[in-house]
Design a protein around this ligand. Structure first.
Ligand SMILES: *Cc1c(COP(=O)(O)O)cnc(C)c1O
Length: 817
């Protein structure tokens, strides 16, 4: 059974003031206004900051049945919400953290906190796989390791748990001490120390010291003896702490003697062998702490070897892929707890909105949820119903016993094999299908059958990073400033519907496209946001009106033609967006046109000026700042005057991405964000994340026996004994031919290798003579660890050109972390 706290108790824990109903129990905490299923007993924390301001969603949540809210002291509830309970606090995030910290103190399990620059999630997940339910255990969902994620993780702790494993991640100084108060770890593990987020810290040792602060009170600390920096810092800070170390270093407690297909370890003078099902370096690094922790818990070597041999890769993300017969596949086989099902359904909701699509969920038994089946499956049924899922396909011995809780049309199978056998009979078509299963069900076999064959080169788009960047930009804005997201040119190369759907879901106010057909494509796919067409062609006006697209009007000629189209179509009122030229010398009215423009528009009762805007030409560059200010000045005077002569107000907007970062005082009522969503910042904002990764794989390795030339025109030269990797990406995919002959490089297994010879239409060759590269290895052309700006700099161009130049034949894969 779920236990809970009284609202009055929560008020006490968080130092808040309670108003209204206090006698009810709080069962769940949440902060994401979309994840509200079972409103009864749910307590909403209205968080502010990088994310949307949670306070805006309160009326909507109230109407859905939520009655408990933690809000800012300054918040004034609208009238009518009389039966709600309110806790007023100074800082809603701190309140969430205080509540979690209090909850933590009620229990006394062993609590292992994991931090480090990489590998936290993998080590945590592998520990869970390796301990295999031997001990009642709770762990952070996915990679919930932030200031918000940690409190939610800790809140899951219950009295029956004997072991808790929580991740802690920080991006700024000062954050770790908060996490420590919430987690109160008894054991600590630091995976490694790298350079991620270095921009926010003075140096590596200052990051390390911040991280180690988490472990001041732990009884036992685990770390890699190979990381000399960590070792020295630990010794200096706590000369007497009990530590267990892993690594190749002779002083390691768990010493790796040799690696290859079999790992040779030494522990307490005894050596033993472990086989791991992975061959890469990173997996090896992550498996050592797992082995060490198992030894610490008293497992014997043979059981350890047995468990480690069956570790499975941790797929840390949900992927959206094109399926056969116009289906959309969302693949999420990460874990199967209730929260992750909610998150996956949320993604399905966001991406599967095309009007004609029905929604199917393929779900296995849910393991390790902490609920009894009789509680769990009716709850799952309720969740699916509230999310308007058309049909469930349930797989497993447990879920099948609860068929009666689901709807008559739902189908059930005992095993994945049974489902696979029945799959052809389903003839999926025009469906959004979420495939969600515990690892042991091997649902990748299901998704393999439903997915379209992958083109071997893919552009991966991280939708979470895109939204996170959007929210970083929102930090520069006032709460009521609207956001127009530019999705022109196939959303800067990254896709159309998928990006627009994510943006619509995260409540941007407008979308901007270059041409009418881009807007029509979005409408056909179910996008309902207002859309501005920046280059409207006159012959498309009729269709634009039909599809509810709003034109940029940049000349008297366009104005007249559009008005005529509106009259002929019988639409009673259509919005237009007036473009003023303040320095681009491209499209737009001049300042001196104001009187004539107002006169003509007033005589056009069917037209409404919805917004007036202009575009900055050098907002990213200090050397143009004077010019930028002049542009803004001209715009300001024009819009003020136009409002007077027109007799009504309209939305004003002039800032693009760099403008938002550098001239936020001129945000007016709306801003237009473009390249910034992709993580490119004019002020090198360290909070930005990479969104787009272009990757391929090595399709062939050639060893050259005699000195030879490579490719067309014999431009590349390779010595006898050298090695070439052939990769299936060429200039027709958007790999610019100017990157030939060593100008460009690609990243394979974390190392850069030069392109050799001329890039061909569909392929190119890489010189991998001095490396250990195998057929099938992944090749990154640009991405997280090799920014697109490196390429654009080499090409003497801007990242916009590289991104929009990736051809549409390269498959786009969208994912969430
Ligand atoms: C493309 C475009 C933007 C976005 O510019 P970024 O530099 O990508 O932020 C804004 N406004 C207009 C009119 C545009 O054409």
């Amino acid at each position: 059974m779920e236990t809970g706290y009284l609202l009055s108790e929560i008020a006490q824990m968080s130092g808040g003031t309670l108003l209204g109903d206090s006698s009810s129990k709080v069962l769940r905490l949440f902060f994401d206004s979309r994840l509200v299923f079972e409103p009864e007993g749910a307590l909403f924390f209205a968080l502010k900051g990088g994310q949307n301001n949670g306070h805006y969603y309160i009326p909507e949540l109230y109407s859905k049945g939520v009655r408990f809210f933690v809000v800012d002291r300054s918040y004034k509830p609208a009238s009518g919400m009389t039966d709600a309970g309110w806790i007023l606090v100074d800082d809603t995030l701190k309140a969430l953290q205080d509540v979690a910290a209090f909850h933590r103190q009620q229990y006394h399990p062993q609590v292992l906190a994991i931090t480090g620059s990489n590998g936290k999630t993998i080590v945590k997940e592998w520990l869970a796989q390796a301990l295999n339910d031997d001990v009642p255990m709770v762990r952070s969902p996915r990679s919930y390791n932030s200031q918000i994620g940690v409190p939610l993780s800790v809140w899951q702790l219950k009295s029956r748990h004997r072991l808790a494993v929580f991740e802690a991640g920080i991006s700024r100084k000062g954050e770790m001490s908060r996490l420590k108060e919430i987690i109160q770890p008894t054991l600590g593990l630091i995976t490694n120390i790298g350079t991620a987020h270095l921009e926010n810290f003075e140096s590596q040792s200052s990051i390390l010291n911040e991280k180690l602060g988490l472990f001041d009170d732990v009884e036992v600390l685990f770390y890699s003896r190979d990381a000399q920096l960590i070792h020295e810092a630990v010794m200096a800070r706590w000369p007497d702490k009990t530590c267990f170390t892993w690594g190749r270093h002779p002083e390691s407690d768990l010493r790796l003697l040799s690696s290859g297909e079999v790992l040779n370890f030494q522990w307490k003078g005894k050596s033993f062998e472990v086989e791991i099902p992975f061959s890469d370096f990173v997996s090896l690094e992550n498996v050592m702490p797992v082995v060490l922790f198992m030894l610490f818990r008293g497992y014997n070597e043979s059981l350890i070897a047995q468990r480690v041999a069956t570790l499975e890769p941790v797929a840390m993300r949900m992927e959206r892929k094109e399926g056969l017969n116009n289906c959309l596949i969302i693949n999420d086989s990460y874990n199967s707890d209730f929260t992750s099902l909610e998150i996956a359904l949320d993604f399905l909701d966001q991406q599967g909105r095309k009007k004609s699509m029905s929604r199917t969920v393929v779900l296995s038994d849910m393991l390790q949820t902490g609920y009894t089946d009789s509680l769990l499956y009716p709850r799952v049924a309720g969740l699916l119903q509230s999310r308007k899922i058309d049909r469930l396909i349930g797989v497993g011995d447990h879920i099948i016993n609860y068929q009666a809780s689901f709807r008559p049309g739902d189908r059930f199978f005992r095993s994945t094999d049974e489902l696979l056998a029945a799959l052809p009979g389903f003839s999926f078509r025009n469906e959004a299908i979420l495939i969600k299963g515990a690892r042991s069900f091997a649902f990748e076999r299901v998704s393999d059958l439903l997915e379209q064959k992958q083109h071997c080169t893919v552009m991966e788009v991280n939708l979470d990073a895109l939204i996170s960047n959007l929210n970083v930009f929102r930090q520069h804005l006032n709460h009521n400033t609207k956001v127009l997201a530019m999705v022109k040119a196939f959303s800067y190369g990254s896709g159309s519907y998928e990006i627009a759907a994510a943006l619509q879901y995260h409540k941007v106010d407008y979308l901007g496209v270059a041409f009418a057909d881009e807007g029509m494509e979005l409408r056909r796919a179910g996008i309902t946001l207002p859309i501005i067409v920046m280059n409207p062609e006159m012959k498309t006006f009729g269709q634009m009106l039909e599809y509810g697209l709003e034109p940029e009007v940049y000349s008297f000629k366009v104005l007249k033609a559009f008005e005529k189209a509106v009259r002929e179509s019988g639409v009673s009122e259509a919005s237009v967006h007036i473009k003023l030229d303040t320095g681009m010398n491209r499209f737009g009215f001049e300042s001196s046109d104001a009187d004539e423009l107002a006169r003509q528009i007033k005589a056009m009762p069917h037209l409404k000026v919805r917004s007036v805007f202009s575009h900055l030409v050098g907002s990213d560059d200090v050397k143009h700042d004077d010019f930028t200010r002049r542009q803004i000045d001209v715009f300001d005077r024009f819009t003020t005057y136009l409002k007077t002569v027109l007799g009504y107000s309209f939305i004003r907007h002039i800032l693009n991405s760099a403008g938002i970062e550098r001239f936020s005082e001129s945000q007016y009522e709306m801003v237009r964000i473009g390249i910034g969503m992709y993580g490119l910042s004019a002020i090198n904002d360290a909070q930005m994340q990479n969104v787009v990764t272009l990757k391929s794989y090595v399709s062939q390795i050639r060893t050259v026996h005699d000195d030879a030339t490579v490719g067309y025109g014999r431009k590349g030269f390779i010595q006898a004994g050298g090695k070439l990797a052939v990769i299936p990406v060429g200039y027709a995919d958007g790999l610019n031919r100017h990157l030939s002959n060593g100008v460009g490089e690609v990243l394979i297994n974390g190392r850069l290798y030069p392109i050799i010879g001329n890039i061909c239409m569909d392929t190119c060759m890489i010189d991998v003579s001095n490396g250990n590269v195998l057929e099938g290895d992944e090749v990154v052309i640009f991405g997280d660890d090799y920014p697109v700006t490196v390429l654009s700099d080499k090409l003497n161009t801007i990242p916009y050109e590289v991104l929009t130049g990736i051809s549409r034949r390269v498959k786009r894969v969208y994912f969430r972390e």
